[in-house]
Design a protein around this ligand. Sequence first.
Ligand code: RNT
Ligand code: ZN
Length: 413
Amino acid sequence: MTRYESAKDIYSAFGVDTEKAIETLRNITVSLHCWQGDDVTGFDSKQELSGGIQTTGNYPGKARNPEELMQDLDFALKLMPGKKKLNLHASYAIFENGDFADRDKIEPKHFAKWVEFAKQRGMGIDFNPTFFSHPMVKNDLTLSSPDESVRKFWVEHGKRCIEISEYFANETGIPCVMNIWIPDGYKDIPADRLAPRARFKKSLDEILAIPYDKSKVYVCLESKVFGIGLESYTVGSAEFCMNYVANKGITPLMDNGHYHPTEMVSDKISSMLLFNEKIALHITRAVRWDSDHVIIFDDETKEIAKEIVRNDALDKVFIATDYFDASINRISAWITGIRSVHKALLFALLQPHSKMKELQDSNNFTELMVMQEDMKTAPFGDIWEEYLKRENVKSDYITSVKEYEKTVLEARK
Ligand code: RNT
Ligand code: ZN
């Protein structure tokens, strides 16, 4: 009997079908963020990262241009199981032969290389306008700026990004999830909290006024609690975004680094599911603040996955990763994070949810606790290995990553 067969029997005694779990997992798509590969630098303005987010560390070998980023992505993708979409930021536009266009003027053609890359690998593309790391971010404001020239510039950027998102959907045949996040806020106590939010609302209305096919582009809005240097006030707060999204019928996006430290996104998913056709997630790991550490197989990631799986919401939730660690090998960071999301999903798929719900409804919290604890030590690792095997992905990735570091990354000086 193989380890998988024996694990399968153990799970089966709990009423869990491991075959079904593996098959389901193989069909789940996770959107892979390109920005772990180069510390959120991008190729357009090459400005210092702004917007209250930060990458820390200076591990050697970061990708410096589209070719290197694609090369690294390709390498990393081979060591990641599961279906993937490519998640791009507008700042990753590729300008050839001096054909530069500023953010308010970017066009589909500036992403043609990415489309080619994604198509060749059978991936869809998700997109994010980039409202940071740019000289038109004035006094930390973009879409909420009182300066009309600034506000208009960013409205144009938003519109261009919807056009590019539709192009991605048309080219790949897969709908594009376009996420709006702005860093706008104040370091210190504002005198007026209303007007910036009113301007943000107006700007979003203007962006969404351009015609686009809603079955091809899902526009999302991501809220946040605070950023570095923007500690006292965030224009796009949770309440602002939740209300705006509900009002306009667009998609809410929750990033689990964007709440107070004891507030859990896993607890929010069920409420959001009851009132939205689709919801989107940025899965990350916040350590004391929105630090965007690499996702690991930790309790909150598992709990988020359980909420998606046991509420039968796999086709309602857009799952994306969002983290950036520059202190360790970036490719390993990419793989560890993505594998952790898949592990959490598999773990969730291997729980006897209906039995557990029954125990809850019959107020049998004693047995529920025992069962939840028992499931933690069930032979999960053997099912995980079987999943990797069926995905044709090696279990050990650090050996190949180290080899790639020696041969490719170390040469980037
Ligand atoms: C920032 C948001 C946002 C970014 C990316 C780069 O706090 O999480 O999603 O991380 O767009
Ligand atoms: Zn995010």
